[in-house]
Write a protein that binds this ligand. Structure first.
Ligand SMILES: C[S@@+](CC[C@H](N)C(=O)[O-])C[C@H]1O[C@@H](n2cnc3c(N)ncnc32)[C@H](O)[C@@H]1O
Length: 305
């Protein structure tokens, strides 16, 4: 359809098309397609750029090989994470998630790492499916959760959960993962989570809050160091998190602020739910006493451990 024949309803589509065409021209310059490309035009033929998911895999495989526990959870700045503290943190997170599961629940963990949380949560649900982009993480997860019979691990990217049919899970969660994805990939991951959740089912996700002092400083430091690895942190404002969740088809029902490795609350933790019917907004889930909802005002605070 030409711009001139646009109806009122298609006006936004036409505008988006025009913007994308402009950006497409700019980003099709030689070297711009590769996230690690130099932007320098080279007439020498090179291997096709690795896909974003392949870059995540490579980076996280390398991190897992170096020190998986510290790559997943850095408890003391600059110091390696010890097993006991790592395990205790996993138990603590599993305890917080227990209110969403029952003995009948089929649960999805997105970006499970070495099974820190799954080791403790699996016994409270019927079946726990855990995905991660890294073969090295998955191999360690099988060892870490040895003896836990109802957890299954799958290697795939959060952006592609096509191994699971629509409407499969009673609950999904993703801790310390979306912050390591490009914003667009976080959106794709959340859209996949929405697709595989059963109608009306909840999910819990978390984002590092850019406006917290510790993450504002981390953002500036990361920018200055020119760290552009695929595994680097991405920071969120509350507005950005809310918008991406909404675009992905998830409705926010609870927002909490938690402190993670900092004095001040620096993590946005959100309970969301998939709409009861596709294409319709999700309804409210019961909030625990004291928890804030978007309607009830400011975020609640608590410790994230
Ligand atoms: C900081 S760790 C958190 C692990 C786990 N959620 C936990 O809390 O213990 C981040 C994990 O996300 C995984 N990851 C990174 N990018 C991913 C992607 N695109 N799809 C799935 N998993 C990904 C990494 O391999 C790593 O295991």
């Amino acid at each position: 359809m030409s711009d001139r024949t646009e109806t009122a309803g298609s006006k936004t589509d036409g505008l988006v098309d025009r913007i994308m065409r402009r950006l497409g021209t700019r980003f099709s310059e030689p070297g711009r397609g590769n996230p690690r490309g130099s932007g320098v035009d080279s007439s020498t033929p090179t291997a096709p750029p690795a896909s974003p998911d392949e870059l995540y895999r490579q980076d996280w495989d390398a991190l897992a090989r170096a020190d998986a526990l510290t790559a997943i959870l850095s408890l003391e700045p600059g110091a390696p994470t010890n097993e006991a503290a790592f395990d205790a943190a996993g138990r603590g997170d599993a305890d917080r998630l227990r209110r969403f599961v029952s003995a009948e629940s089929v649960v999805l963990s997105v970006g499970c790492g070495i099974g820190r949380v799954e080791k403790h949560l699996a016994r409270h649900c019927r079946r726990l499916c855990a995905i991660d982009v890294s073969d090295e993480m998955i191999a360690r997860a099988r060892q870490w959760t040895a003896g836990v019979s109802n957890v299954e691990f799958f290697r795939t990217s959060a952006t592609d959960l096509s191994l699971f049919p629509d409407d499969t899970f009673d609950f999904a969660y993703s801790l310390l993962v979306l912050q390591h994805l490009e914003y667009e990939d976080a959106f794709l991951a959340l859209r996949e989570i929405a697709r595989v959740l059963k109608p009306g089912a909840p999910a819990l996700v978390q984002f590092p809050k850019l406006t917290s002092p510790v993450y504002a400083a981390a953002f500036a430091q990361q920018a200055t160091s020119r760290d552009r690895s695929s595994a680097r942190m991405r920071f969120y404002t509350r507005d950005l998190a809310e918008q991406i969740l909404s675009l992905a088809g998830l409705t926010i029902v609870e927002i909490a602020l938690r402190a993670h490795g900092a004095e001040d609350p620096n993590e946005l933790e959100l309970v969301v739910r998939r709409a009861a019917e596709r294409g319709k907004p999700g309804g409210q889930v019961a909030s625990p006493p004291g928890a804030a909802t978007p309607e009830s005002g400011p975020e609640s605070t608590g410790r994230y451990e």
